[in-house]
Design a protein around this ligand. Sequence first.
Ligand code: PRP
Length: 213
Amino acid sequence: MKYLTIALAKGRLAELSTELFGKIGLDCPVIKEKSRKLIFTDEKNRLKFMLVKATDVPTYVEYGAADIGIVGKDTILEEGKNLYEVLDLKFGACKMCVCGWADKALPTGFIKVASKYPNITRDYFSSKKNQTIEIIKLSGSVELAPLCGLSEVIVDIVESGKTLKENGLAVIEEICDISARLVVNRVSLKMEKERIMGIVDRAREIIKNDNNN
Ligand code: PRP
């Protein structure tokens, strides 16, 4: 039997994904160990798990280097790759928001917007707001941008809201809800439909039960 390859977004999502696979009965204990290994084989179930940088998961799945991926909706929206999004896994929940100074409304007219998500930012301001902006692409600690005058506002994910609060910032507008999604390569879904949908259906059941309790 051919191996099915699963790309997991490194970090917290990979831990939660491992938990989910454990509940499905596809245990991958090696990921729980703190090793530097990036690929783990489950001989019994003919599975390979790969630990991939979150922003690269859609690329691995689009090219078929992975049959299945687990990644945040933020990355899916930002990367815009050609893949099937088959299941909302509900974990890793947060919101994509426009954020700025706590006591200020969103400035009208031309503004600078800093973000790790230039495509989501561009799309929101052009199609939803019809506002001309300059996007400043950053790689992290985006909340710093308004604090030092690099931009008027930011577009970023907000989970607990702690980072904003501790920096005197707040949500100005909500763009969309984000959570982890299971994505599948288009060809793999045709060629390995039974095995992949078997995993998807079992995951769907577990999520349904977890969210009803
Ligand atoms: C993310 C995000 C926010 C923060 C939100 O950053 O970009 O900065 O988490 O979480 P909170 O609402 O619970 O405070 P991350 O921790 O990924 O680090 P980064 O700034 O390096 O991207």
